[in-house]
Design a protein around this ligand. Structure first.
Ligand code: GLC
Length: 531
């Protein structure tokens, strides 16, 4: 699954902002290889996820929706969206879109009505309360954005506070109100009727809040088993009935899916959203994203999750998205970001589950420095949202094939080497590594659907097996910048081991390896075929 941030993917009309027409023109870059299209080089993903393109005043770059059933003119029209679905499906690419059910823009007509008077019929579509006697907000809930502070804003004309889990321009919908729930379900049906293949459900854990709006504990701790529900502003038990009802809507249509933005930093609680047949099909695992670059830490998360989830549940792994620093920057201690990003690619594409790949990660794009006068996001996320470089600026100008105009956020100053065109013809590039890995996944059943089992090979090397009845791979990832040798012979019965791929572009595939003395270079990952 490839995540597209439409503002930064491809600009079709030269205004410096990506749009649907630009995206359609670049679809061939993404599609799976093979019939009915000739196998020209493509990245080779199965599906794309588009972050919001709805009409929006952009207080939170589209996550403040002012109309759930239209396209913002910056991105095009509903007709352009229909063309996108058609063109994507012709290329065997599924399309999922972002559904933002927890809040609307304060410029949404519903909020305008709701805020017009205390007795407006839409008043109860949002969460309004009187403040405390001393003039303080109704409770101590805080916005997810540190800069915003309290999650409440006082509305002077009607002299009550309204709740916003994010910016004040994003008022929380009241999911206690069945009319809200029904109306938001109809939004799903609108897009399902147009042929979308599913939804990424924004802030799904926020659909369940304490109806009594009790204060959060002063120090919010990550809930551990037994202390479930320490927080009152999200992930309350009432969320699961709402998820079940959403799932029912999806199941009215054949072959559609849900992936939750389940920002719950406890894997047991995360697992609860994945109830087979009733929950979301996939749940983004943010525990994974919050790990340091450590074999033991990352293995711990993967093993922990595999042990917790019900049989038949399918994990969803990702390292980055539009809200988090890019991989090559996040793990750059000691200047090893680029090499580690290659190890991370091998990990992501060989774990059991659906890998989510954020646009630009396939090029090893680092965060881009955004000068203070160009900052537009309230939460420091601009550096991970800068435009995708398509071609070298020396041949197409400073827009690097993303735009002929002025990009809305700065283009990376590394676009001369980090761009799709240059990397496509370089077998040593990050893009070539991703392509190889995606093709291996496609053709090797063990990598796609095989069992997963990790091995004890010390604290610095994360080693695991992926196996079906008749195919077996061993993955060994060195999380340090020193060469290391591990002995995997004890835990793997196998006769022969052959190197299928190394993340080090200088190491050739094909060599026979000895499992009792597996040598890994600094920041190197190996994919080994066993027979
Ligand atoms: C999700 C989105 C993020 C947005 C927030 C509020 O976390 O990924 O970009 O700011 O929800 O909608």
């Amino acid at each position: 699954m490839y995540q597209i941030y439409p503002r930064s993917f491809a600009d079709g009309d030269g205004d410096g902002i990506g749009d649907l027409a630009g995206l359609v023109r670049r679809l061939d870059y993404l599609r799976p290889p093979g019939e009915p299209w000739p196998d020209t080089p493509t990245l080779g993903v199965d599906a794309i996820w588009l972050t919001p393109f709805y009409p929006s005043p952009l207080a939170d770059f589209g996550y403040d929706v002012a109309d759930y059933t239209d396209v913002d003119p910056t991105f095009g029209t509903l007709e352009d969206f229909k063309a996108l679905i058609e063109e994507a499906h012709r290329r065997s690419l599924r399309v999922i879109i972002d559904w933002v059910p927890s809040h609307t823009s304060t410029e949404h007509p519903w909020f305008r009505e709701a805020s017009s008077s205390r007795d407006n019929p839409k008043r109860d579509w949002y969460v309004w309360r009187d403040g405390k006697a001393d003039g303080a907000p109704p409770n101590n809930w805080m916005s997810a954005f540190a800069k915003v502070g309290p999650a409440w804003t006082f509305h002077e004309p009607t002299r009550q506070w309204y709740l916003h889990s994010y910016r004040p321009e994003q008022a929380d919908l009241n999911w206690e109100n069945p009319e809200v729930e029904r109306t938001m379900h109809d939004v799903l049906r609108f897009w399902l009727d147009l042929g979308v293949d599913g939804f990424r459900v924004d802030a799904i854990h926020r659909l369940g809040k304490d109806p009594a709006l009790r204060d959060n504990p002063e120090i919010i701790v990550v809930p551990t088993p037994g202390t479930a529900g320490r927080r009152y502003d999200e992930d309350r038990p009432n969320v699961h009935g709402r998820v079940r009802a959403i799932r029912k809507v999806i199941d009215e249509y054949p072959d559609r899916m849900l992936v939750g933005e389940t920002y719950v930093l406890d894997q047991r609680r995360l697992g609860a959203y994945l109830n087979p047949g009733e929950g979301v099909h996939l749940a983004h695992n943010f525990v994974f994203v919050h790990q340091p670059w450590s074999a033991a830490a990352i293995r711990g998360v993967v093993d922990g999750f595999e042990a917790l989830i019900a049989p038949g549940v399918w994990p969803a792994w990702f390292f980055s998205n539009h809200d988090h620093p890019r991989l090559a920057t996040r793990y750059d201690e000691g200047g090893q970001g680029a090499a580690r990003a290659r190890v991370a690619a091998l990990l992501l594409l060989t774990l059991r589950g659906t890998p989510f790949l954020y646009q630009g990660e396939e090029l090893g794009l680092p965060d881009t420095t955004v000068p203070p006068d160009a900052i537009v996001d309230v939460d420091g996320r601009d550096p991970a949202r800068t435009p995708l470089p398509w071609e070298p600026p020396s041949s197409v100008g400073p827009g690097a094939g993303f735009t002929t105009g002025n990009p809305w956020l700065p283009m990376t100053d590394q676009a001369e080497t980090i761009n799709v065109h240059s990397q496509a013809s370089d077998p040593r590039s990050m893009l070539s590594l991703y392509r190889r890995l995606l093709r291996l996944r496609l053709t090797m059943p063990a990598l796609r659907s095989g069992d997963y089992r990790s091995l004890d090979t010390g604290e610095t090397v994360y080693t695991y097996l992926r196996a079906t009845d008749d195919q077996r791979f061993l993955v060994a990832l060195n999380f340090t910048s020193a060469p290391v040798q591990v002995d995997a012979a004890a835990s793997v019965e196998g006769r022969s081991a052959r190197l299928e791929l190394s993340t080090d572009p200088d190491r050739e595939a094909g060599a026979e390896l000895h499992l009792s003395a597996l040598a890994l270079g600094p920041d190197e990952g190996l994919l080994i075929r066993l027979s």
